[in-house]
Design a protein around this ligand. Structure first.
Ligand code: SAM
Length: 361
């Protein structure tokens, strides 16, 4: 059976997801066949010739932007066998996963399996089946010694429908943070806008287990395009002092907060008197203008780190992100600044991507 890579994405972003997989394949010198279906919210790529170790390295070197969750493995597998009213799906899934475990690239022990499906109406109709299979599959894999407590790899089952699935594994650290790549964050009542969840997701995805070291009480932040204040609220909740720049109004409670200074100004031109630890920016502008702005703040030492959003209404969204990433890297290289530059199409992002620049020193 031909090896596959399977990736989940937001519906409508299949071409971008396919471009991400093709870029990983180029870096890994793998051959790839991919023909994305618009609106499917997932992409399957056939990998007739690939080296899993090289693929894994390529994912680390060139992290995908538009993939919510992704793995390499095998399929499609027919998973509903036996009496059609109550087919046994566990046995064929265990067999497919056990066959993978026999190859060194996918070797167990594994973390608990994730059962995933597309983020579409048809996909969501599979959530009850996924829940029913979840515990039973984990027990069956544990009995076979394939799932153990601590492990570096996670097995995935992707349900295409009730009878067909793909299986595979991802590496902890380069896979998704959540099943389906969907965080389950509740919006706190006090948050002025749903955008607060976008920054919460960006912090989790980009900072991970370094969050407390990198973003903490006592730091100063600037929020460009802050109104009504979801991002500012998120930073204040973490103990930061925030200058919120926007000609629009902040939510009244936030405007009264002693840790918030509201500046009515053009965020594309305004600069603070003293350098700050964090720049966050959610201004709706051309992506290249925002990328240049962020690069300028970091290159001049005006801010140490940044989280920002690039609005992507154009067709060539993948190319536009690459262009902005190159622009920021070039500017920081020229200034002799050692930093990581990362982009992700987060679950809470719509026609946009989130970016993060973190100085290493
Ligand atoms: C998407 S909203 C920001 C939402 C905000 N992050 C939140 O969590 O509530 C974009 C904001 O950018 C502001 N904006 C647009 N152009 C701006 C500029 N040049 N300078 C400052 N703010 C700007 C708008 O007034 C608007 O409030």
């Amino acid at each position: 059976m031909t090896a596959i890579a399977l990736a989940l994405c937001r519906a409508g972003f299949e071409a971008e997801a396919a471009a991400d997989l093709a870029a990983i394949a180029r870096t890994a010198r793998a051959s790839i066949e991919v023909d994305p279906t618009r609106g499917a919210a997932f992409v399957v790529a056939r990998l007739p010739r690939h080296d899993r170790a090289a693929w894994r390295r390529a994912v680390t070197v060139r992290p995908p932007v538009f993939l919510r969750s992704h793995f390499t493995g095998s399929g499609p597998h027919l998973i509903a066998v036996g009496a059609s009213t109550r087919p046994d799906r566990i046995a064929p899934l265990v067999a497919a996963l056990a066959a993978l475990a026999a190859s060194p690239e996918h070797a167990a022990p594994w973390l608990a399996p994730w059962i995933e499906f597309a983020d579409t109406n048809e996909g969501k109709a599979l959530s009850t089946l996924a829940r029913a299979l979840d515990g039973r599959l984990a027990s069956a894999l544990r009995e076979r010694g394939l799932v153990a407590g601590a492990a570096a790899r996670r097995p995935h089952v992707f349900l295409v429908d009730g009878t067909t699935s793909y299986v595979g594994t991802s590496e902890a650290g380069t896979g998704s943070t959540w099943p389906l790549g969907i965080p389950r964050f509740a919006l706190p009542r006090a948050a002025p806008s749903r955008s607060a969840l976008k920054l919460a997701e960006a912090i989790t995805v980009f900072l991970g287990d370094r969050t407390d070291a990198l973003l903490h009480m006592g730091q100063a932040a600037v929020d460009l395009g802050a109104a009504p204040g979801g991002w500012t609220w998120q930073l204040v909740a973490r103990g930061l002092q925030v200058t919120a720049v926007d000609n629009g109004a902040l939510a009244p409670a936030l405007a009264r907060d002693p840790n918030v200074e509201h500046v009515r100004a053009d965020g594309l031109k305004w600069r603070p008197r003293r350098p700050v630890d964090w720049l966050v920016c959610d201004i709706v502008e051309q992506p290249v203008r925002i990328a240049s702005l962020v690069a300028d703040w970091i290159a001049t030492g005006t801010a140490r780190n940044a989280i920002f959003n690039l609005k992507l209404p154009m067709k060539r969204r993948h190319d536009e992100v690459e262009r902005c990433a190159a622009l920021i890297r070039d500017r920081l290289d020229a200034a002799g600044i050692d930093a990581t530059v990362a982009f992700r199409h987060l679950y809470h992002d719509r026609e946009e991507v989130s970016g993060c620049v973190l100085r290493r020193r």
